[in-house]
Design a protein around this ligand. Sequence first.
Ligand code: AMP
Ligand code: MG
Length: 437
Amino acid sequence: MTSIEQIATELQGYDPHNISAACVHAFLTRLVGPVTDSQDVAVLDALGRVLAQDVVSPVNVPPHDNSAMDGFAFDGAQLQAAQPLRLRVAGSALAGKAWTGTVGAGECVKIMTGAVMPAGLDTVVPIELAQRDGEQHILVQPSAVKLGDNRRLLGEDLRAGQPALRQGHTLSPASLGLVASLGLPTVRVVRRIKVAYFSTGDEILSLGDAPRDGAVYDSNRYTVFGLLTRLGVEVIDMGVVGDNPALLKAAFLRAAQQADAVITSGGVSMGDTDHTRAMMKQLGEVAFWRIAMRPGRPMAVGRIASADLNNNNNKEHKPESAVLFGLPGNPVAVMVTFLAFVRPALQRLMGATVTEPVLLRATSAEPLRKKPGRTEYQRGIVTRKSDGTLSVRSTGDQGSGVLRSMVEANGLVVLHHDQGNVAVGDAVDVMMFDGVL
Ligand code: AMP
Ligand code: MG
């Protein structure tokens, strides 16, 4: 395992006192690798799970040539450019009930969508384009169809032996359907990772605590819970830990014994009671950064090797190591650093292909102040204008404690590292929350 110190020396332009968001990404990509344990789960338990190996199709999909329309199947070689084709209806083919008779020249078979194409027939004229011609016959106009129309070919979706889904794919509703369509009752998925989290601070109250002077109710544990749950990991809520080195150390140890990753908030700044970093350092390795971004400047990342843990009381689960994310305390900074850094790192830990959020372009409805040399994530409200283009306006106060701004926003305006002030009407990138939050 590469040490944190070694990763730092290998990274171009690594400056912990003013590290770019891109450099943090590169660092975490080197630090966090996938867990390897896997298990077979039933299709209905697989939603949101990550494939541990390719799903190879055991069958052709569709398994036979079949009709894409309700209509009449015939041999398309009989079509002529100049005159309608007159065909006798020899019988009918239903979905799940194939036509087994023979079809001669000048004949067709009435066919329903999904029914197997009778042998020798390759073209379907849709029922609404065929003209009745007496009791037994139809007429097909030359303009109605071409040879091969409205027929789905054996294996046109998937050939037997081909990978239908790739390792690292996170199973969606569509993938559940695809797996089921192959007749596979189970899939092999990566085991669910466990993520423990706690909030720090003497001023932080848990729900149910009586309010007191100078104290605030914990919000970070609840946003982190929501973010982790959406990601599909197993969550371990470890409550609030006061600004006390001994308590913090004990909490980190307990968390790292149980979990693959540990997320804390608060206590990573320069204040007198900011002990989080020092405790990470005592227990394992740590990198502390002042990130060139807003919000979310201070952040600590560390690792505790399992050799450094007394794991006797937890034989069932013994991760090789636990990754530690010491996030800032301010509620918006927690969410933004989670989205920017923790989420992709956890996806890698989960064995998942990292899904970069798709950035949309929107025109700014207001001027935005922005200093080049840092990445800013401003809370925005994107709407569609009458001309069909997207417009984004700010939620107002961008203070990193204003959690309301994250609720009102439907996306983050991403002002990139080198970007400067934005004028009204300038195009900006927006990371929409849909599918991420
Ligand atoms: P810190 O980095 O610990 O100094 O925290 C920065 C700011 O975030 C302080 O105003 C804290 O009170 C606030 N804060 C820290 N943790 C939480 C939390 N879990 N919920 C709400 N606010 C918090
Ligand atoms: Mg604090």
